[in-house]
Design a protein around this ligand. Structure first.
Ligand SMILES: [Cu+2]
Length: 403
């Protein structure tokens, strides 16, 4: 099935995926009923009758925990307003760890976004320099925040000092390459395209210029938040965090200028796994802050290029997680999976003062590759929620046995 370069034809992949889905459906329909010892044979007319009727008790309403309604796209009156009649705004971008401000609008708009690609040397860790390719001069690139249904005109500029062409694929875009084809620009060029933000959610954007993996590995990713029409619930603090894995010739911590290592990237052998483009971006003086009693919302993305994040905050529980950045909210979560090229929204209500620690719970990445950050919560203690140490003394099992 593989061609000369070892690639599977798309048809084979799609066919294989369809088979997997079909099997999953069969398992879902029949597998779940195997709990009774004497399951009736498949030919049993009673079973067929049951399946044909799909009784209510066998269906699961996955919208129960949804934070916005499952609704047809572009079906509201506001969606019918011609683009020329929409009010025009320039987007206010959010630079990590700060989220872009909430949209705070109950009507559709025409939002203009300008993003400049800059290739620049910055520190990947103390004493470790790396030539990043960036959206907006930072890793991650700035957060773009619009409202469901907005008409967005997006201009990508490639700084004349760049050495490479770049483009942008926004996962929120329905259209060729997510905008990648329309925005491919050489150094000293800019290109513009427009799209309607059809689907609410939290989406990754990234460069998609060949070799795509290299452009992403050099830091070309960020988040675009498409708020649902009803908006996100108000919270006390919002932060913007993106994980990424980096592949340098030298190992973790090896000082000096480090070049990108393509073979290491292909092997997924990350030298660094970091939040917001740098070891220490969220620790020490850079730690995130909150006060006891506040609700904190983290927009967490994963640029990859390779590694899936097991995102966890040591010392608290996610009261709510907007799973995969979509409509479903899960509650009381310890660790949430954020795939490469995916995102999540995690929220927690802070209960006691603590220095919370953000990690990828694939834990060597945290303590040996950089994926660690802090959120310092200050305020009044509540010793019922958490007492702190109330006793320490020598422990001698033999003395206890002889007692
Ligand atoms: Cu690029």
């Amino acid at each position: 099935m593989r061609d000369k370069s070892g690639n599977l034809p798309v048809a084979a992949i799609v066919g294989g995926a369809a088979l997997v889905v079909a099997l999953a459906v069969v398992v879902a329909l029949f597998g779940g009923r195997g709990v009774t010892a004497a399951a009736p044979p498949l030919g049993d007319p009673q079973v067929q009758h049951t399946l044909a009727e799909t009784p209510a008790h066998t269906t699961h309403d996955l919208t129960i925990n949804a934070v916005w309604a499952d609704r047809p796209l572009r079906a509201d009156a506001e969606d019918q307003v011609p683009v020329e009649e929409l009010p025009v705004f320039d987007a206010v971008l959010g630079y990590a760890p700060h989220a872009a401000p909430p949209v705070d609008r109950d009507y559709r708009a025409h939002v203009r976004v300008e993003l400049e690609v800059v290739e620049k040397v910055m520190e990947l860790a103390d004493g470790v320099e790396y030539r990043f390719w960036t959206f907006g001069g930072s890793v991650p690139g700035p957060m773009v925040r619009v409202r469901e249904g907005d008409y967005v005109t997006f201009t990508l500029q490639n700084h004349p000092s760049s050495l490479f062409p770049h483009n942008i694929d926004l996962h929120a875009v329905s259209g060729q390459g997510g905008g990648a084809e329309a925005t491919l620009v050489s150094p000293g060029q800019q290109a513009t395209f427009s799209f309607t933000a059809l689907n609410p959610g939290v989406y990754v954007y990234h460069c998609a210029t060949a070799p795509v993996g290299m452009h992403i590995a050099n830091g070309m990713y960020g988040l675009i938040v498409v708020e649902p029409k009803e908006g996100f619930p108000a919270v006390d603090r919002e932060y913007y965090v993106m994980q990424g894995d980096f592949y340098t010739k030298g190992d973790f911590g090896e000082r000096g200028f480090q070049e990108f290592d393509m073979m290491r990237a292909i092997d997924e052998d990350a030298a660094y796994v970091v939040f917001n483009g740098r070891v220490g971006s969220l620790t020490g003086d850079n730690a995130l802050q909150a006060k006891v009693g506040e609700t904190v919302r983290l927009f967490v993305g994963n640029g990859g290029p390779n590694l899936t994040s097991s995102f966890h905050v040591i010392g608290d529980v996610f009261d709510r997680v907007w799973v995969e950045g979509g409509a479903m909210v899960n509650r009381d979560i310890q660790t949430t999976v954020i795939p490469a090229g995916g995102a999540a929204v995690v929220e927690f209500d802070t209960n006691v003062p603590a220095s919370l620690t953000l990690v990828d719970h694939a834990i060597f990445r945290a303590f040996n590759k950089g994926a660690i950050g802090s959120l310092v919560v200050t305020g009044d203690e509540d010793h019922v929620v958490y007492s702190g140490r109330v006793d320490i003394r020598p422990y001698d099992p033999e003395a206890k046995a002889g007692h």
